[in-house]
Design a binder for this molecule. Structure first.
Ligand code: FAD
Ligand code: SF4
Ligand code: SF4
Ligand code: SF4
Length: 383
């Protein structure tokens, strides 16, 4: 019987899922089993859209279709928490299995704090996350630094500190550190992220710590809740997944990699926040001075709920139609979001004027967290 805190190597029993999966297809097989057995009524996962840079969230109710979502797409960050909310609102008693990264997990927890989602109706399969890459920058990076046409790349992955591509005629890997020094690599919010193993999900799954003959062919699963333990036990009993104990050396390696990633995240925080602090108001004023008031940052924030609509009209200090808006337009948003900003980077990525909004809200949140309780999430898993 699995229990909270247990660690396993897990892989799909089905040969097709084993092959399609990123690291043995454990998540896909577990989602499939959860749906087939009636533990959940639907699955929310992510599949490839037009190409590998296009990550598309998809709701699935037919277990045979879950295999289409196997594999990791490193260019995808998505508004999963708002999608979950919409699903739960329109399917009043349904339960949902969701694959989540750390930021997705925190988005859901923030919505749960606002009573906007019921966590009891969710089964969260967490993926460890070293970072994701903007699709626009990924294409540019592949063309300029890998010197490969991005359209011929059929697989990308992040492994052992490298961004690796497979394409017609070969594969290439370049160190993430080098790519980031050259202005490419992971999203800037991901560099500052400290939520690498999503232990607030029901299971935390990843490739770190899988060594020996199972390397690349199984997923390291840490059981994080009773719900997660029940899923794993039932799926193994039904023959949907095979499991083995995690190699003790692998557990040690996983711990070291996680710590190294936390150190790196803190290094980026120091660098980004100190640079911002050198001219805080000047930077915020000049950057937000380009705002065209498109509301994208508000609509695309996974935790900005339920006040998004309220921000559209006139208020005492913000006049509708005034562009660029006066500083209160942004101050109001920072005040609303900065106690729960999960540093997902969506506001910044989708701002047409390329204003570094996530940096601002993350800096404000982190500054608040350094002095106030309760903090967002629970140390050391705060993002
Ligand atoms: P599969 O059976 O292939 O299932 C993968 C699941 O992930 C599917 O449900 C799929 O829909 C979902 N998915 C794919 N892309 C996304 C996305 N962008 N957002 C949300 N869900 C998605 N593991 C580590 O140990 N270290 C890392 O640094 C690390 N970084 C990762 C970064 C990203 C962006 C992602 C998505 C995953 C990362 N992982 C990392 C996890 C690892 O790549 C595998 O997902 C994990 O080992 C499970 O493998 P699997 O074969 O069981 O998954
Ligand atoms: Fe992953 Fe963190 Fe970036 Fe989310 S914010 S994609 S969890 S690195
Ligand atoms: Fe994500 Fe930006 Fe909202 Fe923070 S403010 S949660 S970074 S969209
Ligand atoms: Fe202004 Fe950018 Fe927000 Fe649009 S997304 S309202 S341009 S800050």
């Amino acid at each position: 019987m699995a229990a909270k805190g247990d660690m396993f190597y897990v892989w799909a029993a089905d040969a097709d899922v084993l092959k399609k999966g990123e690291c043995g297809g454990a998540i896909t097989a577990l989602q499939q089993y959860a749906l087939k057995s009636g533990m959940v009524d639907a699955v929310l996962a992510v599949r490839k859209g037009q190409d590998i840079y296009d990550a598309v969230p998809v709701f699935i109710t037919n277990p045979d279709e879950v295999a289409e979502t196997a594999g990791s797409l490193h260019c995808g960050t998505l508004l999963l928490s708002k999608l979950v909310k919409q699903y739960l609102d329109s399917n009043k008693t349904a339960r949902l299995g969701v694959t989540v990264k750390g930021c997705d997990t925190m988005g859901l927890i923030e919505l749960a704090k606002r009573n906007a989602v019921d966590m009891d109706r969710l089964l969260l399969l967490g993926v460890n996350c070293g970072g994701s890459v903007s699709p626009v920058l990924a294409r540019k990076m592949i063309a300029e630094k890998f010197e490969v046409d991005p359209d011929v790349v059929h697989k990308e992955e992040i492994d052992k500190g490298q961004f690796i591509i497979e394409y017609e005629g070969g594969h290439k890997g370049i160190s993430i550190d080098d790519l980031e020094d050259w202005g490419y690599g992971r999203r800037s919010n991901c560099r500052r992220c400290l939520y690498k193993v999503p232990r607030q999900a029901d299971l935390a799954c990843g490739n770190w710590g899988v060594i020996g003959d199972k390397a690349g062919k199984a997923t390291f699963v840490e059981v994080c809740s009773e719900k997660g333990a029940n899923l794993l036990d039932a799926a193994a009993k039904a023959g949907a997944v095979a499991t083995g104990p995690a190699n003790p050396k692998g557990i040690e390696i996983r711990g070291k990699v996680e710590n190294a990633m936390l150190k790196l995240g803190n290094k980026w925080r120091k660098k980004n926040f100190e640079a911002l602090a050198s001219d805080l108001w000047g930077t915020i004023a000049s950057e937000t001075g380009r705002c065209i008031k498109c509301y994208s940052c508000i609509e695309n924030c996974p935790v900005c709920f339920p006040v998004a609509e309220g921000l559209r009209g006139d208020s005492r200090m913000v006049t509708s139609g005034e562009v660029p808006p006066n500083p209160m337009f942004h101050l109001r948003r920072f005040a609303h979001i900065s106690d729960s900003c999960i540093n997902c980077g969506q506001c910044e990525e989708l701002c047409p004027m390329e204003i570094p909004l996530a940096l601002f809200s993350h800096a404000i949140r982190t500054e608040g967290d350094s002095v106030f309780e309760p903090k967002l999430g629970k140390a050391p898993y705060t993002n």
